[in-house]
Every structure is written in C-alpha cells, then in structure tokens.
Design a protein around this ligand. Structure first.
Ligand code: AMP
Length: 184
C-alpha cells in the first residue's frame, strides 16, 4: 500500500540556514510519521534538504522534475522515484496527482505558483486535499494581508480564503496535514 503522501513546495534557491533547517525538519517529520514525500525533484536549497532528511529518516521520496531543470536544480538522483517530465505543467500535474496533502514552506515565485494552483484547484472543487501554508516567522504576512484586503474588496470570497489552512509552526502544520483531521 502506498503510504500517505505529502507534497512539499519550497524554495530552490535560498541559502538561509534557518530555512534549510526548517525544510530538513519537515523531511524528518514526514519520515517519522511513516509518510511519503513528493517534491520538485531538485537537490538544491530547501528542496534538497527536505528530500535528504526524509530519506535519512526512511521515507520513500518521489521527485518530479521537468527535463530542462534536471541540471539547473541538480536532479535528486537518490530519490526512490525520480520522474522526469517534458514540461513544467506536467510536473505540477504529476506532483498534485501523487499527493494526498500539500505543504507550502517559504519560497519564491515558483513556490507561489505551485501554492496558488493547488489552492485555487481546491477552492474550485478539483480536489479535496488539505492545502497548508506554513507562515514561518511571518514569512507570508505581506501576502496574507494583501489577500485579506482583496477579501474586503469582495474579490476573494471567504470560502476561497478558508480553503487555505495557514499555520504558524510545524506541529500545527502536521496536525492540519493529518489524514484524520484533514479539512474537506
Ligand atoms: P522558487 O520558489 O522560485 O525557488 O521555486 C521553487 C520551485 O518551483 C523550483 O523547483 C522551480 O523550478 C519551481 N517552479 C518555478 N516555476 C514553476 C511553475 N511555473 N510551475 C511549477 N513549478 C515551478
């Protein structure tokens, strides 16, 4: 039986040691729970740290990477499954299909793109999987306050905003990702 799979979206470029360590803790915790990791299949920055730590803890890791990024993001050749897609769109589709829940950590525009696609997909009824955003040390405060402003201007309905579970720390994040307590 395939174990519960969490897809983690995060930076593929930061060198901030606190963020690298946060990503590693996420990988360790996924393994400790006997879950499986689905990630972007890169071996750099936070993305590499989460996969390496998950594997070190004994988790099965699935990396999904488009062929044109195999070199730039240093494909995670140690992944238990490394799936190489033709395009970025196929990557996202496959990551989403292979996951039971999504966790977004701090990241840049690639991470935001992945978060928004998964979040809007959930809000529009394309899937019922938990979509969790870890607002570590207020990293996403600016984005969230802008979204609140858009809600006040009636451009983001409450049910759309509520589809995203925003959490401040890892214990709350993992509680929100749990199959038993999963929303929807
Ligand atoms: P970043 O948050 O910009 O460091 O990117 C994190 C990850 O998102 C990297 O693996 C990028 O390759 C990936 N990424 C960037 N753009 C996209 C996109 N349009 N769709 C899916 N993933 C993307």
């Amino acid at each position: 039986m395939v174990s519960y799979s969490v897809c983690v979206y995060c930076s593929a470029s930061t060198t901030d040691p606190d963020l690298i360590s946060l990503a590693a803790r996420v990988g360790t915790e996924i393994a400790r729970r006997g879950w499986q990791l689905v990630s972007g299949g890169g071996h750099v920055s936070m993305m590499g740290a989460v996969a390496t730590a998950a594997r070190a803890g004994g988790a099965h890791t699935v990396g999904v990477i488009p062929k044109h990024l195999v070199h730039r993001e240093v494909a995670d050749v140690d992944a238990d499954e490394l799936l190489v897609t033709d395009t970025m769109r196929q990557r996202k589709q496959l990551m989403e299909a292979r996951a039971d829940a999504f966790l977004t950590l701090p990241g840049g525009i690639g991470t935001l793109e992945e978060l928004f696609e998964t979040w809007t997909g959930g809000y529009l009824g394309e899937h019922t999987k938990p979509v969790v955003l870890l607002n570590a040390n207020g990293f996403y405060d600016g984005l969230l306050s802008w979204i609140d402003e858009l809600s006040q201007r009636t451009m983001v309905p409450a049910r759309a905003r509520d589809r995203l579970v925003v959490v401040p720390d890892l214990p709350t994040a993992f509680a929100a990702l749990e199959p038993a307590t999963a929303t929807q």
